[in-house]
Design a protein around this ligand. Sequence first.
Ligand SMILES: [Zn+2]
Ligand SMILES: [Zn+2]
Length: 312
Amino acid sequence: MAIEDRILKGSVRRALDLIGDRWTLLILLSAFCGVQRFDEWKSLHGISPSILSNRLKRLIERGILEQQPVEAGSRRQRYTLTEMGSDLFNWALAVWSWERNWVYRDTHHPVRLLHKTCGHSTSANFVCGHCDGRIGYYSIRIERGPGYDAISVDTAPGSRRTKTPDGPGANDTRHIGRFVDIIGDRWSFLIISAAYFGVTRFDDFQSQLHIATNILSDRLRRLADDGMLARNRYREKPARYEYILTEKNIAFYQVPLMLALWGDQWLPSDVGPAFLRFHDHCGKNVTVKPLCNHCGDILERADIDFESVDEF
Ligand SMILES: [Zn+2]
Ligand SMILES: [Zn+2]
């Protein structure tokens, strides 16, 4: 199975088509922090009003947010997550946990999660819903599912995610999350996905992803600067490099995985998912439970408070 097919047919790709631009990702994460009103999003992100209203409209059309008056009879609206949107909670937890453990290790995290049950600041450990074994890059086996042939592959990548900044104020939000630069950028996402499938060399990335050499060089350099790929010279003359997954990137795997599981659930083809995911340890279909890294209880959305959200 070609790597490009595997990436483009996967649920992650379809989930990203739905929610994967930079601003949409940020809007969704702040919705989980309790942001509900237009003005709150505007002041939080420095996002332009036109982009914000466009993205909110799109999220409503796609069934992820719903709109209602702030109070009966009021013209002011608030936007809340639907059941489909709320089900992205594991993905949001994966983002926050990865950023806390790998991006803001020595500095203040813009969002701090407080587990009310135990009273401690928390990040999620994801375990298998069947056997409680750890879920991660090394423990998932992927097979073709019944929907594999039913999903057509768009092999002509659009330009929607090739630009990282997306409107005025984009640079102001750099501190918010490194992850949006990675998963909100189409090419970086495809390169990381190919790396998860074992691609390491420049020429292989290029032939697998049909990516222009200047874009590929740029994204590989950025990912290496971010510590997501380690650059390693494997030949002296002429100099040739390979790009190896770092620990930081292997930990990041949970973010696209949670998105893929959400896509399996909410965006299946008529004949089922394109891929089936199995937990190596127990052999069962992957389902996940997020556990508090402090007390080990399951992290429920209602049991989490957000601190420092004003800096988000
Ligand atoms: Zn298991
Ligand atoms: Zn706890």
